[in-house]
Ligand binder design. Structure first.
Ligand code: SF4
Length: 321
C-alpha cells in the first residue's frame, strides 16, 4: 500500500440558485510513496487545488465530496470524525500551504508570534522550545532567524514570506506537506531558491511532498514523480524523467511544447489550440479530443481509463495495453 492512496475521488460544485453541478474532480486515482516528491501539474481549472483541499478536508460549499477514498498511512482519513482529523491530522500529519498564502500572514504579528500562535493552538506551550524549533526551521529554509523572527510581514520580500510559511508549516513535523503554487508571483531567481529549499527539506527531513504547479518546466528540478491533470482527472503519471522527456499522452506533449523555457528557442513554443472543456457540461469521450491532433472515432464516444504502460499510467486510447 502506498503512503498516500487516493481512489476514485469525485468533487462537485453545486450552485445554490440553479442547482447546476460542476464536476471539479471526476475520479482521481493517485499513489504517493513515503518521502516522495510528487509534482501535480495542469492548467488552471484542472482540479489541482480542489484535490489539495479534499485531502486537507477543507472543501467548503458549494464544493462537496461526492465519493472516493483517501488513505494516509493505511488510515481512511475521509471517514475520521472531524474532531479526530483536526486534532491528529490537520497540521500535525498533513500540512498545507495554500495558493497566494503569502498574504495570509497577520500584518500585526511578528514572525516569531506566528510560530508561537500556531504552537499554542496545538497545545505546545513551552516558549523556549518553540523559539528553538522556529529558529531551526527558518535556518533550514535559508533565512537568518536572528533577523527574521523579529520582523513584521511587510518587512519581508515575497520569497522570504514563502520561506516563512514553509517553515511554519513544518512546525508540527508533518508527514505530508502540500504546497499549492509556492513559486507563483516570484521572480525566477527567488523561484530557484524556493525549489532548493523544498528539495532540501525533502532530503533532510524525509517529508513526503505534493508540489502543485501550472508550470511543468519546474518539475524536473524538484519532483521524483509527476501527475498531470486535465479536466478533473489524472491523464498521465509516472517518473519525472520519463513523463517530461518522453510524454505518452498528447495533452502532456502539448503542455510541454506550450511552456517557454529559459534554455530553449522561444519560437519553438506552441500554444495548445482551443479551450479546456466546460466542467458544467457532461463530458462525452476523451475530454481532450476537441484539441487533440491524434483524435480517433473512439475518442469522441469513450473516455479512456488510466492504464498501466511500463512504469507509468496513461489515459489515452493510443496507449491501451
Ligand atoms: Fe487524443 Fe484520443 Fe488520446 Fe484523447 S484518447 S488524448 S483524443 S488520442
Amino acid at each position: 500500500m502506498a503512503f498516500l492512496e487516493i481512489r476514485d475521488l469525485r468533487v462537485v460544485y453545486k450552485l445554490p440558485d440553479s442547482g447546476l453541478e460542476i464536476a471539479a474532480l471526476r475520479g482521481v486515482d493517485l499513489d504517493v510513496d513515503r518521502s516522495e516528491v510528487v509534482g501535480l501539474v495542469g492548467e488552471s481549472g484542472s482540479g489541482k487545488s480542489t484535490l489539495a483541499h479534499a485531502i486537507m478536508r477543507v472543501l467548503k460549499p458549494p464544493a462537496y465530496l461526492q465519493s472516493g477514498r483517501i488513505y494516509l498511512d493505511g488510515v481512511d482519513i475521509l471517514s475520521l470524525e472531524d474532531s479526530i482529523f483536526d486534532k491528529e491530522y490537520r497540521w500535525r500529519k498533513i500540512a498545507f500551504v495554500p495558493q497566494a498564502s503569502q498574504n495570509a500572514l497577520n500584518p500585526t504579528m511578528r514572525v516569531l508570534d506566528h510560530f508561537l500562535d500556531t504552537a499554542r493552538h496545538h497545545g505546545l506551550v513551552d516558549r523556549r522550545e518553540v523559539e528553538k524549533r522556529a529558529a531551526e526551521l527558518l535556518t533550514a529554509t535559508g533565512l537568518d532567524p536572528s533577523r527574521v523572527l523579529g520582523l513584521y510581514p511587510h518587512q519581508l520580500s515575497g520569497g522570504m514570506k514563502q520561506r516563512v510559511l514553509i517553515a511554519l508549516s513544518l512546525l508540527l513535523e508533518p508527514l505530508l506537506l502540500i504546497l499549492d503554487e509556492p513559486t507563483s508571483a516570484l521572480d525566477v531567481v527567488t523561484q530557484a531558491g524556493i525549489l532548493k529549499v523544498i528539495s532540501d527539506i525533502n532530503k533532510k527531513l524525509g517529508i513526503t511532498i505534493i508540489f502543485i504547479t501550472h508550470d511543468i518546466s519546474l518539475i524536473p528540478s524538484i519532483a521524483h514523480k509527476v501527475a498531470v491533470m486535465y479536466a478533473g482527472k489524472i491523464v498521465e503519471v509516472g517518473p519525472t524523467g520519463k513523463v517530461v522527456n518522453e510524454p505518452l499522452h498528447p495533452y502532456v506533449s502539448a503542455l510541454i511544447s506550450s511552456t517557454p523555457s529559459l534554455y530553449a528557442d522561444i519560437s519553438a513554443v506552441r500554444p495548445i489550440p482551443g479551450e479546456p472543456p466546460s466542467m458544467a457540461e457532461k463530458i462525452t469521450g476523451c475530454p481532450f479530443w476537441p484539441r487533440c491532433p491524434y483524435v480517433k472515432d473512439v475518442c469522441r464516444s469513450e473516455e479512456p481509463a488510466l492504464h498501466q504502460i511500463d512504469n507509468r499510467r496513461v489515459a489515452c486510447h493510443l496507449w491501451r495495453p
